[in-house]
Write a protein that binds this ligand. Structure first.
Ligand code: 13P
Length: 333
């Protein structure tokens, strides 16, 4: 079991490959579909995700794994093939989002705790039987006046560690995602300080829950200024500060770090990853686990129309190829 965990964790961050985060909850995919004027029916959600997983060139060459939502893990393509089988046939690993979302944390206004630990051991067993080989749990840390609090960071880090231990016990590689949001007007240095505290606490809790670092993947935010900050940062500053905080906090035993895009533009997410990999001398693989930065372009190209499927697949393949180049430090604008 341990050897399989380690092997799958390494596969997820294999050179030139990264993860497609297609695990939008029903509420989130509705928001994405609203933006392109598509009704969020079960059939439309299936058609859209089938289009992605049938993008053979992208899936075979640039995608190591796909994070799914519960509904998708159980869905069949229009010809009756399980969507999970399409992912496996392309040589990628199916994964599953297992958290139940971020809920308000009592006495901590503006802060949340990610729920979903109750009954998780049983759900993981079922998910493994359905084909999932890795999972994702997202903790959300917001930056604003007076927050985050130490209590919120500790509670979220402990939940991440409990989740990770349950996953490994079930033979599933945990993606540990402590996301410091880029909403707000804070500086890049405040993002650095909060990210540092959150990562230190996360690895402290992972140690106490006896999580095997060789059999997990970290999914962090990059160190960036808030979206509304008056002073924005260069690609080089983001790369230097992100790598510095990771070197200070993430043990070398972790095989790989797969970033979230978090609301960066498609090209920013690619440029930042490329600049970090170009710095070189890193103890872990760096790659992508992008949702919006891989899907915004294909969603727009598709717009719910069957005659646009090929264009949407081309748009997805292009973003995946650009990020694959970035993960190898080979991208140029
Ligand atoms: P974004 O890349 O859109 O941030 O999504 C990644 C993800 O899985 C967030 O939990």
């Amino acid at each position: 079991m341990t050897a399989e965990l380690d092997t799958n964790a390494q596969k997820m961050v294999a050179n030139g490959k990264g993860i497609l985060a297609a695990d939008e909850s029903t509420a989130t995919i509705k928001k994405r579909f609203d933006a392109i004027g598509v009704e969020s029916t079960e059939a439309n959600r299936r058609d859209y995700r089938e289009l992605l997983f049938r993008s053979t060139e992208a899936m075979q060459n640039y995608i190591s794994g796909v994070i799914l939502y519960d509904e998708t893990l159980r869905q069949k393509a229009s010809d009756g093939t399980p969507l999970v089988a399409l992912i496996e046939q392309a040589g990628a690993l199916p994964g599953i989002k297992v958290d139940a979302g971020a809920k308000p944390l009592p006495f901590c206004p503006g802060e949340t705790i990610t729920e979903g630990l109750d009954g998780l051991a049983g759900r993981l067993k079922e998910y493994r039987d359905l084909g999932a080989r890795f999972a994702k749990w997202r903790a959300v840390i917001d930056i604003a006046a007076g927050i985050p609090s130490r209590g919120a960071i500790e509670a979220n880090a402990q939940a991440l560690a409990r989740y990770a231990a349950l996953c490994q016990e079930a033979g599933i590689v945990p993606i540990v995602e402590p996301e410091v949001l880029m909403d707000g007007d804070h500086s890049i240095d405040r993002c650095y300080a909060v990210t540092e505290f959150v990562l230190k606490e996360t690895f402290h809790q992972l140690y106490h829950q006896r999580v095997r670092l060789e059999g997990m993947v970290l999914k962090p935010n990059m160190v960036v200024p808030g979206k509304k900050a008056t002073v924005q940062a260069s690609v080089e500053e983001v790369a230097l500060k992100t790598v510095r905080v990771l070197k200070n906090c993430v043990p070398a035993a972790v095989p790989g770090i797969a970033f979230l895009s978090g609301g960066q533009s498609d090209e920013e997410a690619t440029a930042h990853l490329d600049a970090m990999v170009k710095l070189g001398g890193l103890p872990w693989a760096l790659t992508y686990s992008y949702g919006r930065a891989l899907q915004a372009a294909p969603q727009k190209a598709w717009s719910g129309k069957v005659e646009n499927v090929a264009a949407a697949q081309a748009a997805f393949t292009h973003r995946a190829e650009m990020n694959s180049l970035a993960a190898q430090g080979l991208w140029s604008p």
